[in-house]
Design a protein around this ligand. Structure first.
Ligand code: IPE
Ligand code: IPE
Ligand code: MG
Length: 252
């Protein structure tokens, strides 16, 4: 991703000495509760959630980010009713078909992280097409975590790493953290600076377990369908009030 240019500093307030965040990852939670509060079906909540995701991609770019990761279906979400799962798959399909032309025009690269094995053939083909057609785009990277679980990602990475050791293309003595990062779905992408979770829940739910080792977590009460540029900008401001020490002693 070296081709992605330095982003603007438009989101940066005067105070603080942190460099502007590049990558924000979001656990988009609360669609069901949003729908329930309005007497609507969970699927209506997810539809509204897709609208919020669209607005969020726009806002991310306006706020000067270059990478956005959206958690939209976890490896644990298979526990949901079959109808809801089908609708969530349908919404990903609709999002790709409907938004790919615009994302292409805006020079955005799309990548889907997660295990594709359990996706239907047509969805897999669509995901592959979206990645292929945007592969060389450099303005922005949108990662959609779909059938994604941090533990499952590490399991798949371990499997291919062991295969490479067995075939002799990788020596155990050469394995460092960078090697492991290179086997993850997010290969080549900078770690998220910020992980936002909406809906008031304060847990990680198996999201980016390796990559978010030093991310700043921001938990918001807003339900995902109500998430707008305002909340996004506030989260970034909150980030500037944090002190990232990375295990050191800090500056104050
Ligand atoms: C987030 O909203 C979307 C997915 C997990 C697919 P939820 O569907 O989890 O909404 P709540 O948590 O039930 O309100
Ligand atoms: C996390 O939300 C997964 C996504 C947002 C895709 P969940 O609603 O599935 O998480 P839990 O069940 O509350 O941990
Ligand atoms: Mg939820």
């Amino acid at each position: 991703m070296t081709a992605i240019p330095a982003h603007s500093q438009s989101a940066r307030p005067e105070k603080g000495d942190l460099s502007p965040p590049k990558h924000v990852a979001i656990i988009m939670d609360g669609n069901g509760r949003w729908a329930k509060a309005r007497g609507l079906s969970r699927t209506e909540g997810h539809k509204e959630g897709v609208q919020a995701a669209r607005r969020c991609v726009e806002a991310a770019r306006d706020l000067g980010l270059t990478h956005l990761t959206l958690y939209s279906f976890s490896t644990e979400n298979w526990r949901r009713p079959a109808g809801e799962i089908r609708d969530l798959m349908g919404l990903l399909r609709e999002f790709i078909v409907g938004d790919l032309p615009r994302l292409k025009k805006e020079n955005c690269r799309v990548r889907i992280i997660g295990d594709r094995e359990n996706l239907s053939l047509d969805l897999r083909a669509l995901v592959n097409k979206a990645e292929k057609e945007t592969r060389d785009n450099t303005a922005f990277l949108l990662q959609i975590a779909f059938n994604y679980g941090g533990r499952d990602e590490i399991r798949r990475a371990a499997k291919s790493l062991v295969e490479d050791v067995k075939s002799g293309s990788l020596q155990p003595k050469d394995i460092d953290e960078k090697t492991i990062a290179g086997y993850l779905d997010t290969d080549g992408v900078p770690d998220p600076d910020i992980v936002i979770r909406t809906s008031g829940e304060k847990r990680v739910s198996n999201f980016l377990l390796w990559q978010a080792a030093y991310a700043e977590y921001i938990f918001l009460d807003v339900l995902w369908p109500d998430f707008s540029k305002k909340e996004f900008a506030e989260a970034i401001e909150e980030y500037y009030n944090r002190e990232r020490r990375y295990g050191g002693v800090g500056t104050s």
